[in-house]
Write a protein that binds this ligand. Structure first.
Ligand code: GLU
Length: 196
């Protein structure tokens, strides 16, 4: 099993995400990644095939990513080989949305084909990227992150834990789950989400 960690608060988030990912390392994984959001820098995404230490070295223990809101993921591939491109977080075409996903989107191919017919370019072979692209597609109509997530959840079938960031809403994270574990922790001025 793979893992999700998310944090929203006042501390620099990237080292916290790396620490959370390390705690879930025992579950097994083939790749790892993080996305950090800040008003100044927008969405910053780093991911790689291989160990969390490789990811940590890439971002100098988290020092390279500035921001206090972020999500992290360890992947156990179900759709698409273990690779840098198939690692999470997945990002929508314009870079507006980033998400991490545990689980399987059963009807991803039908949605992918429909979006491709509308000209959406996909970067990965995963079922998960479909959700990032669909979020952006719905968001274009409403400009409302929560509404876009609600519409996506109506459309997809399967099992999921999601943690979602949007560059337009740098102080917000939306999570959702179905048939896949995801727990929330509330502290004084911060919140966590984790799959374990
Ligand atoms: N189905 C997704 C993928 O293959 C998520 C796998 C996971 O839960 O790590 O990328």
């Amino acid at each position: 099993m793979c893992g999700i960690i998310g944090y929203i608060g006042h501390e620099q988030v990237a080292p916290i995400l790396l620490q959370g990912l390390r705690r879930m390392e025992y579950r097994g994984y083939d790749s790892a990644g993080v996305a950090v959001c800040s008003p100044e820098k927008g969405l910053q995404v780093k991911k790689t095939k291989g160990r969390i230490q490789v990811l940590s070295d890439m971002i100098h223990g988290g020092a390279d990513l500035e921001g206090t809101v972020g999500i992290g993921h360890t992947r156990w591939a179900t759709h698409g080989e273990p690779s840098n491109i198939n690692a999470h977080p997945h990002v929508s075409e314009s870079g507006k949305f980033a998400l991490v996903h545990n689980g399987i989107i059963e009807n991803y191919m039908e949605i992918k084909e429909a979006l491709q017919k509308k000209g959406v370019q996909f970067a990965s072979d995963t079922d998960s990227e479909v959700v990032a692209q669909l979020l952006e597609y719905y968001y274009r109509d409403t400009g409302d992150m929560l509404e876009a997530v609600s519409q996506v959840l109506e459309r997809i079938e399967g099992s999921y834990g999601f943690a979602i960031l949007c560059g337009d809403c740098p102080d917000t994270m939306i999570t959702a789950r179905k048939d896949s574990p995801l727990i929330l922790g509330y502290g004084d001025g911060f919140s966590f989400v984790a799959s374990d």
